[in-house]
Design a protein around this ligand. Structure first.
Ligand code: KG4
Ligand code: ZN
Length: 353
């Protein structure tokens, strides 16, 4: 049995996990910094790296204790090397490097997005064996910084079919939540605000971008902003003077639930339509959802209905950032012997942004 200690610090979660044979989650510790960043309305990079430094050693120790694993059982150390916030990545990479050197075990650098995909390979039903995912598979990765459609022909074999040309899906959720004034992180806030709202109340745009599998969400964000401005008190105050003799705009309550529901439906429609079209075009065996936005209930349900092939969705706690997924991805690299010189290469491969 191969136990891999995995570390993830690419954004605002300090996370460590022990994964056995790339499938069994022996431990999965996530220290969220959301309460710290909430007061800034988004992730404050400098604060994120400081917080990683403060918590990383406790998080790793807890991961080993919960897994009942000794240092001598760790066969390799896996770490996210990018993409992500530079200062945050450096904390995890340096700690992982130190541990790997001290233990004399390989260090495996993992791309964060590859990690998200591999959340689908973890055994979440406690069966002790890995899900039998058939290739070619298509993964829709939807996170705070990325929206990508990836064709997976085999372990480690990826072809990007499409990606966002502007905002990522999660970023759109976060920005629109800020426009609606309903909090951070935006995804869960919008999902909650949309409950009871009418998703057809507003006809927000769904960017087609020809026959490509690319996405665009900035037009949608602007359309929501324009609607919100109609209700904002600021706009009423800045009516041009010549219109002073005209009746003022009726003071209406902003229909937040309808706006949130219509926005959510527009994002989900775009994601689902393109993913299903790509699945048909490449005749894939399965669809794998990945990344924080795949925690969205509407997206999960719409993707699963009428997809014509199995759609796998990680449980909620594996959709958002965690180290278990990094350990799962690392196992396949380890198995393929793809670990040589990683102790030297990780920093060279550190991706910024
Ligand atoms: O994958 P992730 O945890 O971190 C990154 O790698 O970026 O994704 C975070 C993103 C945030 O933008 C957050 O608003 C979004 O995932 N998110 C959601 C939901 N839960 C988290 N978006 C829509 N619906 C949700 N339920
Ligand atoms: Zn992520």
């Amino acid at each position: 049995m191969t136990k891999i200690l995995a570390i993830e610090t690419s954004c605002d979660e300090t996370a460590a996990a022990v994964i056995e044979d790339g499938v069994r989650i022996k431990s999965n510790i996530v220290a969220s910094q959301i309460d710290i960043h909430r007061r800034y309305g988004g992730v404050f990079p400098e604060m994120a790296s400081r917080q990683h430094i403060l918590t990383i050693s406790t998080v790793i120790r807890d991961a080993l204790i919960e897994a009942r694993a000794g240092w001598n059982e760790v066969k390799a150390v896996a770490v996210t090397y990018g993409p992500g916030l530079a200062g945050s990545l450096l904390v995890g990479v340096n700690v992982a490097k130190g541990i790997a050197m001290a233990l004399g075990v390989p260090l495996i650098g993992i791309n964060h997005l590859e990690g998200h995909i591999y959340a689908n390979w973890l055994d979440v039903e406690g069966k002790g064996r890995r899900p039998r995912i058939k290739f070619p598979a298509l993964s829709l990765i939807v996170s705070g910084g990325h929206t990508e459609l990836v064709l997976i022909r085999g372990h480690g074999s990826y072809q990007i079919l499409g990606r966002t040309i502007d905002d990522a899906a999660g970023e759109a959720f976060d920005k629109v939540a800020r426009i609606l004034g309903i909090g951070f992180p935006g995804g869960p806030a919008i999902q909650k605000a949309a409950e009871g709202g009418n998703p057809t109340a507003y006809k927000f745009p769904r960017a087609r971008l020809g026959n490509s599998f690319d996405f665009s969400f900035s037009g949608l964000k602007t359309a929501v902003l324009r609607e919100v401005q109609k209700y904002s008190a600021v706009d009423r105050l800045h009516q041009p003077e010549e219109s002073a003799d005209q009746p003022p705009l009726p003071l209406k309550q902003m229909p937040t639930a309808n706006l949130a529901a219509s926005f959510q439906m527009a994002v989900v429609d775009a994601l689902v339509d393109k993913t299903k079209a790509a699945a048909e075009a490449y005749d894939v065996a399965e669809i794998l959802l990945a990344g924080g936005v795949s925690a969205n209930t509407l997206l999960r349900n719409k993707m699963m209905s009428g997809a014509g092939r199995p759609v796998r969705v990680p449980p909620l706690y594996l959709c958002t950032d965690n180290a278990a997924m990094i350990g799962a991805a690392a196992y396949w690299r380890w198995k393929a012997g793809d670990v040589a010189n990683w102790d030297l290469d990780v920093v060279a491969n550190l991706r910024l942004g």
